[in-house]
Write a protein that binds this ligand. Structure first.
Ligand code: HSE
Length: 427
């Protein structure tokens, strides 16, 4: 039986999960590949009590792993983009294949890494970077390879989904308490603002968009909005109108370019995406031949993410080098304009606070209709101290037109200028 030596760099939640999975399922993996996978070396700042490292070659210098002749595949699980980039470049320079769970690294430096790996004749795999245990990269890149992809829409940050789910449930836990639980469970990023402000989802969507459409990695052009401004009241009102609020990453092919955006979104309660709760992730893919397909599973955590990491190691053993990193041969990757958020068209949830005076509702609806915005539904909540929240769902309109209408509404004497807007999508 042939042998494959794995060097694990980083022994946090995912590193420990990977180490343990390789050992636990060693026999099963050998049966599938005819190869014995061994952890040849672990590079980590400190041991992790979740792993029995007795007899394992452990070093505190992760770069030593890239030089170890017993290592065939480097598994980069240290996170971040500085040392991780250096490590991956070193690994490639030493002729090692690379498996990573690092979405920021791929979203920001992927093209450089793929170029270096191509020149060196080694593979770079990153299934674990997106949606933890869901094999979404493989599903789009390989399973749906026959299709022209039309859109990808997903709940791809478990921490945000967990917080939104908890905010909606009857529990009285604060945002901070829920976030702390996500951190204790090992779901949140080292810097949790990456989860809350949508940056983590933006990294993942950057990669999904390139795999879907064969476009360069466009992280810098992404429209990014997190969940920090969502209030329990918005969740409640959305519920009364038949929606749930989910943090979605959406990328869509249009004639004039691609949409690339992450933001909170109202989705109708009866849709599958609306029913994805807690730390679970789900990705809906629209394609011309297969139609809509949806992928659901744990988006983070030791076991699910290790499943994707080890799946990539197995792919390398099976020599999947013919599968291009982004699913399209590098010469066929073509830039497409990324459509600015101002030109995106969708329906909106609006919440504004207006004085309870005769004629206010009429003035609001006149301004909206002057901007060609139809009202699909409207509810006025309890009047308190002479003012009441008004919640409106509009028909579809471009963001720039909506901005003009909101500026006019905000300038009305009877309306507070802080108007909440949340996009509404149907797929
Ligand atoms: N912080 C990420 C999440 C971890 O919450 O989804 C998985 O990438």
């Amino acid at each position: 039986m042939t042998r494959l030596g794995v060097g694990i760099c980083g022994l946090g939640t995912v590193g420990a999960g990977t180490f343990n999975l390789i050992r636990t399922n060693a026999a099963e993996i050998s049966r599938k590949t005819g190869t014995s996978v061994v952890v040849a070396q672990v590079g980590c700042r400190r041991d992790n009590p979740a792993c029995d490292l007795s007899g394992v070659n452990v070093t505190r210098d992760i770069f030593e792993v890239t030089r170890n002749p017993d290592v065939d595949v480097i598994v980069e699980l240290i996170g971040g983009t500085d040392t991780a980039l250096e490590l991956v470049k070193e690994a490639i320079a030493h002729g090692k294949h690379v498996v990573t769970a690092n979405k920021a690294l791929i979203a920001v430096h992927g093209e450089e890494i793929f170029r270096l790996a191509g020149a060196a004749g080694v593979s770079v795999r990153f299934e674990a970077a997106i949606a933890g245990g869901i094999p979404i990269v493989k599903s789009i890149r390989e399973g749906l390879a026959a299709n022209r992809i039309e859109f990808v829409a997903g709940i791809i940050n478990g921490t945000s989904n967990f917080i939104l789910t908890e905010m909606e449930s009857a529990g009285n836990r604060s945002f901070e308490q829920v976030l702390q639980e996500a951190q204790e469970l090992g779901y949140a990023e080292a810097d949790p603002t990456f989860d809350i402000e949508g940056i983590d989802a933006a990294h993942k969507l950057t990669i999904l968009s390139s795999i879907a459409f064969g476009v360069p990695l466009h992280f810098e052009a992404m429209y990014t909005e997190g969940i920090s401004n969502i209030t329990p009241a918005d969740i409640r009102y959305a519920g009364e109108l038949g929606y749930r609020i989910k943090h979605l990453g959406i990328t869509r092919r249009r004639e004039d370019g691609i949409e690339l955006r992450v933001h909170p979104t109202l989705v109708a309660k009866e849709t599958l995406l609306a029913q994805v709760d807690g730390v679970m992730n789900a990705v809906l893919v629209g394609s011309d031949a297969a139609g809509k397909t949806m992928y659901y599973g744990a988006g983070a955590g030791a076991g699910p993410t290790a499943s994707s990491v080890v799946g990539d190691i197995i792919d390398i053993m099976r020599d999947s080098s013919a599968v291009a990193n982004l699913g399209f041969v590098p010469e066929a990757i073509q830039p497409m304009p990324v459509i600015g958020i101002e030109s995106v068209r969708c329906c909106y949830y609006l919440r504004l606070r207006a004085h309870d005076k005769p004629g206010v509702l009429a003035r609001i609806s006149t301004i909206l209709s002057q901007h060609n915005i139809s009202i699909e539904s409207l509810i006025q909540k309890d009047v308190r101290q002479g003012a009441a929240p008004i919640v409106i769902i509009t028909d579809d309109v471009t963001e720039s037109e909506l901005d003009r209408a909101l500026a006019e509404l905000g300038s009305l004497e009877e309306v507070d200028d802080a108007i909440t807007r949340i996009r509404v999508e149907s797929f």
